[in-house]
Design a protein around this ligand. Structure first.
Ligand SMILES: [Mg+2]
Length: 254
């Protein structure tokens, strides 16, 4: 990860000067995997396999049982990591390091050539907020070639509440994160492929953009939104469509 982006990851981004009558622009909180790139084909299967191996070693289970437990923790806590910390006392940093090793990441990342163009012309600040570890997230952003176009990165290591890691969809973490970044919920939009994360964000007062385009049919049924389900303000197939949504238009104060 570039030194600049890492610095932006830990410090609140500078707030732009706002004079009277200055238009208010959306602050985009962008998820990473399956929002900014398609991780379902090559990357997530490798992470799932590495997590299953980790569960096998730690809990002494056969592969099938370990895979089932990994999924159970993911469903119950929003991240396998939390179940491993809570029930098996694992070191979260060791778990994240062990399950996100990608010496060949550059070859695995699927790039949409329109993404950099979108980020350049989309008004408002853009901060990546991901449940992935910072090292991996930084490498993916570099591989996508969009790191210089972003205003910050918040990775799972920065998602803490009450002394514990609390990734998305934790509402207390989300509120604390907004306070740390000196942002109001009403000026932010969370852009995500996860229905649970969007619902939590909506509950906290953020606007929500559901990104459904990446290999949707291969997701488990419980991860797909039902028709008419509340929790999303805008639905796009790909983030490239963000600039065409009403949220991209600056709001002029009366
Ligand atoms: Mg995602």
């Amino acid at each position: 990860m570039s030194a600049t982006l890492r610095r932006r990851a830990t410090a609140p981004p500078p707030r732009p000067a706002r004079g009277p009558g200055a238009p208010r622009r959306t602050v985009w909180l962008l998820d990473l995997d399956n929002t900014l790139h398609d991780a379902l084909r090559a990357i997530l299967p490798r992470i799932d396999a590495a997590m299953t191996e980790f569960v096998m070693r730690t809990a002494g289970l056969e592969r099938e049982a370990a895979s089932a437990l990994r999924l159970e923790y993911w469903r119950r806590y929003g991240a396998t990591l939390l179940g491993m910390v809570r029930h098996h006392g694992v070191d979260p940093h060791e778990f994240l390091r062990d399950t996100h090793r990608f010496p060949d990441l550059d070859a695995l990342v699927r790039r949409d050539p329109r993404l950099a163009h979108l980020l350049r012309r989309l008004p408002g600040r853009k901060i990546v907020v991901t449940n992935a570890p910072a090292a991996y997230a930084g490498e993916v952003l570099e591989a996508l070639g969009i790191a210089p176009l972003l205003d910050g990165l918040v990775a799972i290591e920065q998602m803490r509440f009450a002394g514990r890691l609390r990734p998305k969809p934790s509402r207390p973490m989300l509120r604390r994160l907004l306070a740390r970044l000196r942002l109001s919920a009403g000026e932010c939009a969370l852009v995500e492929d996860s229905v649970e994360n969007l619902r939590a964000a909506r509950h906290c007062g953020l606007r929500t953009v559901f990104v459904s385009g990446f290999a949707w049919g291969r997701r488990p049924a419980w991860q797909r939104p039902r028709r008419g389900q509340r929790g999303m303000d805008v639905h796009v197939r790909t983030v490239v469509q963000l600039a065409r949504t009403p949220l991209a238009r600056p709001v002029h104060a009366p």
